[in-house]
Design a protein around this ligand. Structure first.
Ligand code: SAH
Length: 213
């Protein structure tokens, strides 16, 4: 597990590119500059790690494109010590970004293989989420709710009701909504019953899948 000056240089370039594409949140950019993304891919694919592209990570899943990670993280407006729920741990890269910003991260993954690999990888990199869980993200984590913000990192056909219920008042839920293509959607909880909705253009994600039977 090596992080060299070459890797660090490539990250500086990546951060510049993300700034050009409109990412302005300093905490997000700083986290991306710090985190060795190449260590979240199988070795051998290192050269792809600092391109602004999604990449296969096993179990038919992908590590999200850096721009997408940055865009969703920026929409969350995460502050230090915020309690954040992530649906779709995957490679753990998005988890690492949120932890590096200082959030207390709770994350759920439904592919056991990815859950196991990522649970071992993160502590090796010094990244310590509050809780990693193997299960169905549609249900959220009622035992740990409410959350300051919730991020869904797979394409969701609908907004799962439990996630809305587990959001604090004033909290933000960022979710890519749609079947084939997704509209990045931000819900801000106004009170017990009302949510304000904002939409931010098209993205492409692997699907958020229902429980396996
Ligand atoms: N945040 C990840 C993105 C991985 S892609 C990263 O940075 O690498 C989306 C992930 O969501 C996949 O790992 C997929 O297995 C997971 N997923 C899909 N449906 C899910 C569900 N119902 N509950 C939890 N995770 C789910």
């Amino acid at each position: 597990m090596r992080d060299t000056e070459k890797h660090q240089g490539l990250r500086v370039q990546l951060v510049k590119l993300l700034e050009q594409k409109g990412i302005t949140d300093k905490n997000v950019l700083e986290a991306i500059k710090k985190i060795p993304r190449h260590l979240f891919l199988d070795s051998g694919f290192e050269q792809y790690a600092y391109q602004d592209k999604a990449f296969p990570i096993g179990a038919g899943q992908t590590i999200s494109q850096p721009y997408t990670v940055a865009f969703q993280s920026q929409l969350l407006e995460v502050k230090k010590d915020d309690k954040v729920l992530e649906i779709g741990t995957g490679s753990g890269y998005q988890t690492a970004v949120l932890c590096t910003i200082g959030a207390k991260v709770y994350s759920i993954e439904r592919q056991n293989e990815l859950f196991k690999t990522t649970s071992l990888l993160l502590p090796k990199l010094g990244i310590r989420p509050k809780h990693l869980s193997f299960g169905d993200g549609y249900k959220g984590l009622p035992n740990y709710a409410p959350f300051d913000s919730i991020i869904v990192t797979a394409g969701a056909p609908i907004i799962p009701k439990p996630l809305m219920a587990q959001l604090k008042i004033g909290g933000r839920l960022v979710i890519p909504l749609g079947e084939k293509e997704q509209i990045m959607t931000l819900l801000i909880r106004k009170n017990e019953t009302q949510f304000e909705k904002h939409e931010f253009g098209e993205f492409r994600f692997v699907p958020l899948l229902e429980d396996k039977n």
